[in-house]
Design a binder for this molecule. Structure first.
Ligand code: ZN
Ligand code: ZN
Length: 222
């Protein structure tokens, strides 16, 4: 069962709103929900799918919004500070999508993409972990940190698609025995799927039977 908590500030722009809603009217108009004919692999609309089916270890990914407009603002604001309203909003939207799209799949646990330790220390929290915790609560599943990032800082930001895949190779490892488990893997944004794929691959090497991804937003080639 999903519980709804309504903040009175817009989660995307921070404007005070009187009604008990998460987004102001202006931001709602700048929200691009992924709908219609969706690629069952990357979670984008077919017309925008750039994924290579054989490339990644996860079974499927689902994503709520395009990483653009108000959804991108919400992610950026959330990364800047631990604002509970934003994590509630993001995880509720993701929980509803997961319930709908992954109906019938029985997950053993929820986990998340870990951040580089130095980045997490600087920020004070891992946004993906906070979202994963709330999603696990919403859906009544256990949340388990199953992955660790190997030491070292590296950014995917300035890299092209091929380099992103090279850059994440070997950067994660599964720290728990996940033999036979069906795992729900959470991250905030999917770009090429390289990070999600690498994490899923590690979980599978550690014995996971299946790994399904869920992200709040997907980037699109402009
Ligand atoms: Zn707003
Ligand atoms: Zn696709």
């Amino acid at each position: 069962m999903i519980s709804y908590i309504f903040p009175n500030k817009c989660v995307c722009c921070g404007k005070i709103i009187v009604e008990k809603i998460s987004l102001c009217d202006e931001c709602r108009k700048r929200l691009y929900r992924i709908e219609g004919n969706i690629c069952r692999y990357c979670g984008r609309e077919q017309a925008y799918c750039t994924c290579k089916r054989a490339g990644n270890a996860y079974e499927r990914n689902v994503s709520v919004f395009r990483y653009d407009g108000a959804a991108a603002d919400a992610v950026k604001r959330f990364k800047m500070g631990k604002i509970p309203q934003i994590s509630v909003y993001i995880s509720n939207e993701m929980s509803m999508l997961i319930e709908r799209e992954y109906d019938g799949i029985s997950f053993d646990c929820v986990t998340f993409v870990p951040m580089a330790r130095i980045k997490e220390m600087r920020r004070g929290f891992n946004h993906a972990e906070l979202i994963a915790k709330r999603i696990a609560d919403n859906l009544g599943m256990p949340m388990r940190p199953l992955l660790k990032r190997r030491f070292g800082f590296y950014s995917q930001k300035s890299l092209n698609s091929a380099d992103r895949f090279k850059n994440v190779r070997g950067k994660f490892r599964a720290v728990k025995n996940v033999r036979g488990m069906t795992v729900l893997l959470i991250d905030d944004v999917i770009t090429t799927g390289a990070t999600l794929g690498e994490c899923a691959g590690q979980l599978k090497s550690a014995g996971a039977a299946a790994v399904f991804g869920a992200t709040f937003a997907s980037t699109y080639k402009k």
